[in-house]
Design a protein around this ligand. Structure first.
Ligand code: NAI
Ligand code: MG
Length: 360
């Protein structure tokens, strides 16, 4: 019997609904080529339509509904005309990330053949690193408050939360990743010169973790110079690990340095595998181009490759990424407008699926 994986599919809003079908088309092509099965179940929640009908983004029993799947394949959520962005995001994606303890947000930053970097003179091979972002605590806490509102003493406080468990587990994940890569380099983001309590603690835990991985060359950069170096010297980096806020910024800046936002993938991982992990493109629902069939499906397809890797099908994952790269490089006729072409979402997705089926 061939291996069978149960996948929850949540297209969401806007272009999420256009790129998810192309992601599935490519995943099914990979499954066929590598002899495993993907059993996909689609859900209509986590979108503006659902919110308009139910006043909630997710059903009350979402944990039971989704908890038994091997993975979640997610499009994008957000339709500000109907539901405010903080409601749609906190009511769906952020609940899933926290509820399923997806404490690693992983984003590969790789300049692919066929894509022009906005950084002058950069070529494939110059930019190839991973950003690992802490995804459940840190600066993004809801601890704090306001007092003396509407007076001259109006006072606002918001806390950063770092737990030893939370910090160590994301650092360990990043060191494990670095140890398995050829360059074996790791950089942790800090700002211990300015944020003088939590960031020195982060440094202390990172230094202790580094001692357990002598084969990894580890160093730290303050977040300000780190952002500058992403632009000026992206070839310095191999694995970059950061707290929630710093990682959020780096994980948008990195993919932007490697080309269009339309191709960047993202994984929200529960490494303990107690709960399903969630795979999605970096981009949102793009209301400005939704409904026109011109969204770039590559971010969705590439996030599908990350899902295959997580499921234990690394060869199939590599096959998908290789197919993406060949099509971007050789098939100018199917590229979407964000890549300088005149092609469609379906045209590009179909071309990549055919390339996956053909193999190399
Ligand atoms: P966005 O990523 O949706 O769009 C930003 C710009 O990039 C737009 O001009 C859009 O047309 C373009 N773009 C995005 N994806 C593209 C693709 N695949 N192909 C071609 N062009 C693409 O970000 P924006 O406009 O800030 O947010 C729109 C909505 O999406 C909001 O409701 C926001 O909350 C939501 N959002 C959801 C995310 C998620 O589900 N993870 C992430 C980011 C935003
Ligand atoms: Mg972000």
């Amino acid at each position: 019997m061939s291996q069978r994986y149960r996948i929850a599919v949540i297209p969401g809003d806007g272009i999420g609904r256009e790129v998810v079908p192309e992601g599935l088309r490519c995943l099914q092509a990979a499954a066929e080529a590598h002899g495993f099965e993907l059993e996909c179940t689609e859900f209509d929640f986590a979108c503006a339509d659902y919110w308009a009908r139910h006043g909630e983004m997710l059903p009350p029993d979402w944990r039971d509904v989704l908890g038994g799947f091997h993975a979640i394949f997610f499009g994008a959520v957000g339709w500000p005309e109907v539901v405010p962005d903080h409601v749609s995001l906190w009511g769906s994606l952020l609940r899933l990330r926290r509820g399923f303890d997806q404490y690693v947000n992983l984003r590969p930053v790789r300049l692919l053949r066929g894509v022009r970097s906005p950084l002058r003179d950069r070529e494939p091979g110059d930019i190839d690193f991973l950003v690992v972002r802490e995804n459940t605590e840190g600066e993004y806490s809801s601890i704090g408050g306001r007092i003396f509102e509407d007076t001259d003493r109006e006072t606002v406080l918001q806390e950063t939360v770092m737990t030893r468990t939370g910090v160590d587990r994301v650092l360990r994940y990043a060191f494990e990743l670095a140890a398995a890569r050829p360059r074996r380099r790791l950089t942790w983001a800090t700002k211990s010169n300015g944020i003088a309590i939590s960031m020195p603690y982060w440094d202390e835990r990172a230094t202790a973790m580094a001692q357990r991985y002598p084969e990894v060359a580890a160093d730290s950069d303050h977040i300000d110079i780190l952002t500058a170096r992403f632009v000026l010297q992206p070839d310095r980096y191999d694995v970059v690990v950061a707290s929630n806020l710093f990682g959020d910024i780096l994980s948008d800046l990195g993919p932007a340095c490697a080309g269009t936002i339309g191709i960047a993938p993202s994984a929200n991982i529960n490494p303990d595998r107690t709960w399903p992990s969630l795979f999605e493109p970096v981009h949102g629902s793009a209301p400005d181009i939704a409904g026109r069939g011109i969204a770039n499906p590559v971010g969705q397809i590439w996030s599908g490759a990350m899902m295959l890797d997580h499921l234990g099908e690394p060869a199939a994952a590599e096959r998908v990424v290789a197919a993406i790269e060949r099509v971007l490089d050789e098939r100018a006729d199917v590229l979407t407008p964000d890549l300088g072409g005149t092609g469609t979402t379906e045209g590009l997705g179909t071309a990549i699926a055919a390339e996956i089926a053909a193999g190399a």
